[in-house]
Design a protein around this ligand. Structure first.
Ligand code: IMP
Length: 420
């Protein structure tokens, strides 16, 4: 099957840009399916550095058609600036398509993103301030303005006026800000409309046709699993679905077209912004990792929080995305270190916990759990053919289908040992 999903398996910044760039060589179409210019993908080609925020990394290959999918949120001014910068670097951008159904980041979204963060004080998320959350909120509330609205100035004006009738009192009365001028905004966005018009398309249909013709399509995720609005460390998440399921909705294709789901994992872990981070390193250790790995945000320049590989998180990412393979990045950064801790379990309220409640195959059990089952089998002198891992019928671990003996050790992935 011609579809490959590429997804971050940690908190972003795993090096997806590099992985996409490597894969894109064999791709015909590269679709970004969620997020906006909160992302920052750094790609280094032949000593030249490209920093991409909205444009899919596939743009660096002339044979690839890059697509901004319907699940993305687009700041049109930023997009045009990014395209101009690529043009200036000699990269042909003419093939880029933009979904008519993608949502537009409007001035009030950017303003409200920053105001809400300020209002939250020490409880803030630490967003990139690009208006991502408020744009997705309006999409869900059916108050969004879409790329296709740029094509009709009358509709655009009506929608902007309608939204501002509600937003301006909010800006003025709650946040003590000046109201926004609908006419000026419509005028500004009309200039973007002219520049973007030839690229606006039914990209779901385009991608479907490409898949039917057997063309290779890469679905390029931004952010990552643990920042997913459903499956991440809510509320310290972004507002879209970077996980594999989000790729289908965000590009408008069915699951039958995809047979590869590649997770990208850095050999250690970083996180930008607030929120839990079980394997966060001490200040001195983080300093070393940050300097060696150049761990500063591509979008905001913020120093990234740094920590150690968390295999509990990795197993979770493998599960919720249905990963078929893993691409490990930045192993070289660890080569200068004498001691490299790896988390194999989490300690919750003093108890070492390995969450195995979602496991259904013996070979997928965490190492300690598998060792325990092995010990029961050995000491009991009888093969264990099923293990309960929760009250539900489906929470039962069974040997792999077709295994000759229920007690035979299943093929095991190599495990990394270390300390939690
Ligand atoms: P937002 O996406 O700007 O709303 O930010 C929400 C959270 O996601 C914050 O913790 C951001 O630091 C984080 N975030 C958003 N985009 C990225 C990214 O591309 N890499 C890493 N973290 C990100």
């Amino acid at each position: 099957m011609p579809g490959t999903i590429l997804v971050g398996s940690q908190w972003g910044d795993e090096g997806k840009g590099k992985a996409t760039d490597l894969l894109a060589d064999k791709m015909d179409v590269v679709v970004r399916y969620q997020g906006g210019n909160n992302a920052g993908h750094t790609v280094i080609v032949g000593g030249r550095t490209f920093k991409l925020h909205l444009v899919p990394s596939g743009i660096l290959y002339p044979h690839v058609t890059p697509v901004i999918g319907n699940g993305m949120v687009v700041d049109p001014g930023t997009l045009l600036a990014e395209l101009a910068a690529l043009d200036a670097q000699g990269i042909a951008t003419g093939k880029l398509l933009i979904s008519a159904n993608a949502h537009l980041i409007m001035p009030w979204h950017k303003e409200l993103d920053k105001l809400t963060e300020r209002w939250l004080g020490h409880q803030r998320i630490g967003t990139t301030g690009r208006g991502i959350g408020p744009t997705y909120a309006d999409k869900a509330a059916r108050l969004g303005i879409r790329v296709q609205d740029l094509l009709d100035p009358g509709i655009l004006a009506k929608k902007v006026e309608a939204v501002l009738r509600e937003r301006n009192p909010l800006l003025a009365k709650v946040y003590n800000r000046l109201p926004l001028d609908a006419e000026a905004i419509v005028e500004e966005y009309a200039t973007y409309a002219e520049a973007l018009r030839p690229r606006i398309a039914d990209t779901s249909l385009y991608v479907w046709n490409a898949l039917r013709e057997g063309k290779q399509v890469l679905f390029e995720g931004a952010q990552a699993t643990l920042l997913d609005v459903d499956h991440g460390t809510y509320p310290f998440v972004t507002s879209s679905s970077p996980t594999a399921g989000g790729a289908l909705a965000g590009a408008g294709v069915g699951p039958g077209w995809v047979d590869r789901v590649m997770g990208i994992a850095k050999a250690y872990v970083t996180r930008v912004g607030a929120g839990p981070f079980p394997t966060e390193a001490t200040d001195e250790e983080a300093e070393v990792l940050r300097a060696a790995g150049d761990e500063f945000g591509t979008t905001t320049g913020r120093p990234r929080r740094c920590g150690w590989l968390d295999t509990v998180g990795l197993r979770y990412a493998a599960r919720v995305n249905g990963l078929t393979e893993l691409f490990v990045t930045k192993l070289d950064v660890l080569s200068r270190l004498e001691r490299i801790p790896v988390a194999v379990a989490w300690r919750i309220d003093g108890e070492v916990t390995e969450d195995c409640s979602g496991v259904t195959r013996l070979e997928d059990l965490p190492r300690a759990a598998r060792t325990y089952v092995d010990a029961i089998e050995k000491l009991g002198g009888v093969p264990v053919t099923a293990v309960g891992v929760g009250p539900g019928r489906e929470q039962t671990v069974v040997p792999p289908a077709g295994s000759a003996s229920a007690g035979a050790p299943p093929a095991r992935a190599t495990t990394i040992s270390g300390e939690g």
